[in-house]
Write a protein that binds this ligand. Sequence first.
Ligand code: NAI
Length: 462
Amino acid sequence: MAQFDLIVIGAGPGGYVCAIRAAQLGLKVAVAEGRETLGGTCLNVGCIPSKALLHATHSLHEAQENFEKMGLIGAKPKVDWKKMLAYKDDVIGQNTKGIEFLFKKNKVTWLKGWASIPEAGKVQVGDDTHEAKHIVIATGSEPASLPGVEIDEKVVVTSTGALALDKLPKKMVVIGGGVIGLEMGSVYARLGTEVTVVEYLDRLIPGNDAEVAKTFQRILKKQGMAFILGAAVQGVTVKRGKASVAYSLRKDDSEHTLETDCVLVATGRKPFTEGLGLDRLGVDLTKRGQIATDGHWATSVKGIYAIGDVIEGPMLAHKAEDEGMAVAEMLAGQAGHVNYGVIPGVIYTTPEVASVGETEESLKEAGRAYKLGKFSFMGNGRAKAVFQGEGFVKILADKETDRILGAHVIGPMAGDLIHEVCVAMEFGASAEDLARTCHAHPTFSEAMREAALACGDGAIHA
Ligand code: NAI
């Protein structure tokens, strides 16, 4: 029986970051992970592989749509799907091996196998039981199921199956117009698949700025994606390798079906806690099946903590990482902290969509007076040079104090641009602070400054 200061269960971004930080701070740390490779959903079947496919298909789109406009003439590239998947697998391998290297470097022990917690202070992996002063559960999430829809990961797939389809489907129906549906949908649309997104609500990407969502839908439509909004999926039937998706329109209850080669179910994820033995331990859950934690990520059982997708909050790798780091710091006697008001969200399509903080909708609901500064990428020289003038930046600031409350971007490199607002918000900056900060020309980031200027006396290039 080995003894550790900390055993983390799950080696996704929450778990591995927690383990590395705790080891750096002098704790003896192990991580239990049952997958063959480290990195969890994010590195194996989520963020990283999808970004590889998004990059590959974006490059294809550039070659097909924009090369000629720039005087780049020649044979247009053809798609070798198997090779594209091999490139994606290579990217996964490089990243998961990177975590293995970091574990060795920081002397974090990998307990290979699926773990359970027989009692507080003990973690069982296979036939071995290990002792730990502290246990952090970082077991992540899995795709939520949908009534009437059976996943086979061949014809009816989750994001996992969508990253490894045998061949390119001619038609794909995506159930759910959220992050996964639109990222993976746009990958396949760019590869020539006819993609139809069926979304329950009357809009895409709920929770995001409504104007961004509308612009996003218009741009994706131009890229060839079709949308059926306000539609409740009733069920999916599969016959001889083809699927039929039944849905009803919420406005008039009319019933419809779509015939397709592939169905991607992207209607959200749920916490993954199977096999841990939480019932037996008496770990409290929330009504939504998440592990309940206090403000310091402690569960109802002393010595057991939980972070990431298994607890409340957005299911985002970077939120889990921040929580992992904070718990490690706390366990090492430091003051760990996560600022939940400043967690960016990014959708890695082209254009990218990024947001942080309050939306106009949430401010209106809270009755808070705000100023709005908006700037179109059409006024940004760099964006126009790379065919990405569509989209805009919107900065929201308190009407009285000018303090930045949120930002929403749809446009080139939005996922990187958002971070200057994140830093500004961490420092409690005003829109004027951002507007007075010199931004290099010509960069996309000038659009951020212009939106900040628009909160005051006005943007220059509007
Ligand atoms: P999501 O919550 O982003 O979107 C699910 C969508 O499905 C919603 O628009 C919802 O209204 C719709 N929906 C639910 N039931 C439906 C039904 N019966 N028929 C039609 N539509 C229905 O969930 P998604 O896209 O599955 O992603 C899961 C999680 O993974 C999210 O928390 C997301 O933030 C995270 N993720 C984040 C990424 C990123 O940060 N770039 C990438 C991929 C996933």
